[in-house]
Design a protein. Structure first.
Length: 172
């Protein structure tokens, strides 16, 4: 009887020392991802400084993103015969509605040419700047202006760029 009592006592002692955890809990979670429309930019209209008259002094024509012009130095903007087709460069940016994006304009000058004669365009500006927000339909109009450098006694003629300038947009 004593052996049975010791056996029971030993068994209960071992059972009391066993570790049973009752403070454990688990949970699960789902995983999801949303893919948005890629951002894109499409040219709507090329930049055109319109008509300007050169003199014996160099000068500039500044074209704002709103399409207004001003001049400095020996350049004048004739009022006779019309101004020509003055227009900033216009782009349509498209992507995910209400997302913001950054705008990167050229950091170097672009050369426009008429045969051997050249002028440079630089000091790029945009509206919006330096970021834009796509509307609820996922689009926004981006307008780009710049400064045209006209040389002294610049030769008359139509000047165009052989290489277009690049505007880059990226989601923020």
């Amino acid at each position: 009887m004593r052996k049975v009592s010791l056996l029971f006592a030993g068994t209960f002692l071992l059972l009391g020392l066993s570790k049973t955890s009752y403070g454990q809990a688990s949970a699960t979670a789902n995983v999801s991802a949303t893919i948005i429309a890629p951002i894109a930019i499409t040219k709507t209209n090329d930049m055109n400084f319109g008509r300007a008259a050169a003199t014996a002094a160099a000068g500039t024509v500044v074209l704002t993103p709103a399409g207004t012009r001003s001049f400095t130095g020996g350049v004048t903007l004739p009022s006779f015969g019309g101004t020509g087709d003055v227009s900033p460069a216009i782009f349509t940016v498209s992507g995910a509605p209400n997302y913001t994006y950054s705008i990167t304009l050229p950091t170097t000058a672009t050369t426009i040419e008429n045969g051997a004669n050249t002028m440079t365009v630089d000091t790029w500006t945009s509206d919006p700047t330096p970021t834009g927000t796509l509307a609820t339909d996922g689009t926004e109009t981006l307008r780009v202006g710049a400064t045209l450098h006209v040389g002294a006694n610049q030769a008359p003629g139509l000047y165009t760029s052989a290489t277009p300038f690049t505007v880059t947009v990226n989601y923020n």
